[in-house]
Ligand binder design. Structure first.
Ligand code: SF4
Length: 353
């Protein structure tokens, strides 16, 4: 079954090289904006969100949109939603082709609670679950960038706990997620080296990289000096590319391509590949608003106004305008992990030519 679901996702990605997809295969869903971090790179933690989607609404959305093969659940801190297992189950039960579930955590919730919920999530049988432990520096740097003393140690313990659980549940995987920003630029080699020393048995392939970027409809950080200095980070991205090992794993192959293009993005400031927003993917926030991506403040509609069914919204006037903008190359410059994989997947034949 897992192989069949992987084949289904791979076939859809391949198809996106030849023709426009009529419905998205990836959902980026911020299930809550509540967050206990105090990150310098993101203002979500300052929000006091009200009227977020309830579990009955999420179930309805999952029931009416059963075409997702990859779901990225994000936040805020996803584990602050006490119904996180029910949310995952709603998507699992209604998306028969669901192969991949990805989810970050800031490691600030109780480790026992997170491990217990992850065990329940792993038991659903979703073929591949990847948990990303946010880690933006070595001990002092991470705690400074994230604004919570002791967060580094909790992140390391959370990683170890999930790694141990993954020996029982082979569909469960864990990596570190490192965001390069103006606040920690230059710290990546030291961080990777020190973390490998503390955790043991991991390699640079266990680090997933992102670039601090500005977004008014997600991070709420427009006007904040987040973006790193391009020349300063070129060296550390280059270091990581050399340190990472080749691997036949599709996830590692994609990640290596993502990092290579990230270096290009940092160097040129230009998006290296065409966006697949509102074709392969969408961003749904915790209030039901749909955007092309986390970086594109162009609201397409709210699922509450469309009876939780995306099909009514998918070709509305705004959605078509967004697609025309992409065709004309007018989309905002972005290269985030939430969007880039769909661009790489949809342009993979060009890349290997
Ligand atoms: S980056 Fe993540 S952990 Fe930090 S404030 Fe934003 S949502 Fe919270």
């Amino acid at each position: 079954m897992a192989n069949l679901k992987f084949a289904g996702l791979a076939a859809t990605v391949l198809k996106s090289n030849f023709s426009k997809l009529d419905r998205p295969y990836k959902l980026n869903f911020a299930i809550t904006y509540w967050c206990q971090s105090r990150c310098l790179t993101c203002n979500i933690w300052q929000m006091k969100p009200k009227d977020e989607l309830r579990i009955d609404e999420i179930r309805e959305f999952a029931r009416k949109n059963g075409h997702f093969k990859w779901i990225e659940i994000t936040g805020g801190e996803p584990f602050l939603r006490s119904d996180i297992v029910e949310i995952v189950k709603a998507f699992h039960e209604n998306n028969k082709g669901l192969y991949l579930l990805t989810m970050p955590t800031n490691s600030l919730c109780s480790r026992d609670m997170v491990l217990k919920k992850l065990e329940e999530i792993a038991k659903t049988g979703i073929p591949k679950i990847v948990i990303t432990i946010s880690l933006d520096g070595y001990r002092e740097m991470h705690d400074k960038v994230r604004g919570v003393p002791g967060n580094y140690d909790r992140a390391i313990e959370m990683f170890k706990g999930i790694k141990k659980l993954s020996r029982t549940y082979r569909n469960l995987n864990v990596v570190f997620g490192y965001t390069i920003s103006r606040f920690n630029q230059g710290s990546l080699p030291r961080t990777v080296t020190e973390v490998m020393g503390e955790v043991g048995g991991i390699t640079p392939n266990d680090f997933h990289i992102n670039l601090g970027q500005l977004s008014s409809n997600y991070y709420g950080n427009s006007g904040t000096p987040v973006t790193p200095d391009n020349s300063a980070i070129a060296g550390e991205i280059g270091w990581l590319m050399k340190a990472r090992k080749p691997s036949p794993s599709p996830m590692i192959v994609m990640e290596n391509m993502f990092i290579k293009k990230l270096a290009e993005f940092a160097r040129t400031g230009k998006q290296p590949m065409r966006s697949r927003s509102l074709e392969a993917s969408l961003f749904l926030d915790s209030f039901g608003n749909v955007y092309p991506s986390i970086m594109w403040d162009r609201k397409v509609g709210n699922i509450r106004d469309y009876d939780y069914d995306l099909s009514g919204m998918w070709h509305n006037e705004t959605a078509e305008e967004v697609r025309r903008s992409i065709e004309k190359g007018e989309e905002p410059n972005q290269w985030t992990a939430c969007e880039a994989y769909q661009s790489i997947g949809g342009g993979v034949l060009k890349l290997i030519k």
